[in-house]
Design a protein around this ligand. Structure first.
Ligand SMILES: NC(=O)c1ccc[n+]([C@@H]2O[C@H](COP(=O)([O-])OP(=O)(O)OC[C@H]3O[C@@H](n4cnc5c(N)ncnc54)[C@H](OP(=O)(O)O)[C@@H]3O)[C@@H](O)[C@H]2O)c1
Length: 240
């Protein structure tokens, strides 16, 4: 069974995603308010880990491509490395572009979700790094299959989907988001075209959230004027 997935994000009051572009906090409010509050609210969910897109994971993956020492046989099944009881950091990386050089992101064990077309050399590198991996179909975009493997093989029951907008949009379109936890920071971006928390790359007539409704669960005003909005996602995705 797939994990429950809660999309946990922080946006400016104009719904934009790129934290570094926002106006600073009002005088007397700690500059660290965004990251601190984000982590505090995340911890309320008691999740088994978090999922991010390839671009967001680039901030953690600081290794370099290198030829592996040896290439083991039987690399093509899901690989569960030594998690040592840690939470999981799931990277949606269809082409195997990320090089980790370690087995964790911020202390959480990395699980790479890949397309089947990645090379044996790349899989051997992940094994040397101690990284777990699994396959999301030939092109790495079969999100349902990936989530089923995380539930059934990795024993994961709840995950926070933590962006960016592209991967959030793909999960939304796939009908895989069960809840939304949105922090609104009292700041502004203001520039047209800057991404929002959902950025599904479809055609003009597509509605990636068709068939779904949001049920309000809670609203809280937090430190520094951050506002937390919590919703359950109800309904089923409309047929394409
Ligand atoms: N405000 C917040 O709470 C928050 C949270 C997280 C991130 N961010 C910001 O968001 C920005 C990155 O967001 P982003 O939207 O550009 O990138 P992203 O969602 O982090 O990553 C997108 C990439 O994920 C891969 N991917 C895997 N499966 C996919 C699928 N089914 N459909 C589409 N893509 C799939 C693709 O990699 P390939 O290109 O290799 O195919 C795609 O380019 C960063 O600036 C980050 O700081 C903000």
């Amino acid at each position: 069974m797939r994990p429950k997935i809660i999309c946990h994000m922080v946006s400016s009051v104009d719904g934009r995603l790129l934290v570094d572009r926002w106006t600073p906090p009002a005088a007397g409010i700690d500059a660290d308010i965004v990251h601190r509050t984000y982590d505090q609210v995340a911890s309320r969910f008691d999740a088994d880990g978090w999922i991010v897109g390839r671009k967001t994971m680039e901030g953690y993956a600081k290794g370099k491509a290198r030829p592996p020492g040896t290439i083991p046989a039987d690399l093509r099944a899901p690989h569960v490395a030594d998690r040592r009881g840690r939470d999981t950091a799931v990277a949606m990386d269809p082409h195997g572009r990320l090089h980790y050089g370690r087995d964790h992101a911020g202390g959480d064990h990395i699980v790479a979700v890949l397309g089947e077309q990645v090379t044996d050399e790349y899989l051997a590198e992940l094994r040397e790094d101690g990284v777990s991996y699994l396959f999301a179909g030939p092109d790495g975009h079969d999100l349902h299959r990936a989530m089923d493997i995380l539930g059934d093989t990795f024993g994961i029951s709840t995950l926070l989907l933590e962006g960016g907008g592209t991967i959030n949009g793909a999960f939304l379109k796939a009908g895989l988001i069960d809840g939304i936890s949105l922090l609104m920071y009292p700041g502004i971006d203001g520039l047209a075209g800057v991404p929002s928390i959902f950025e599904y790359g479809g055609t003009d007539d597509e509605r990636p959230a068709a068939g779904r409704s949001l049920r309000h669960l809670a609203t809280e005003t937090l430190e520094g004027g951050m506002v937390w909005l919590h919703y359950a996602v109800e309904g089923a995705p409309a047929s394409p």
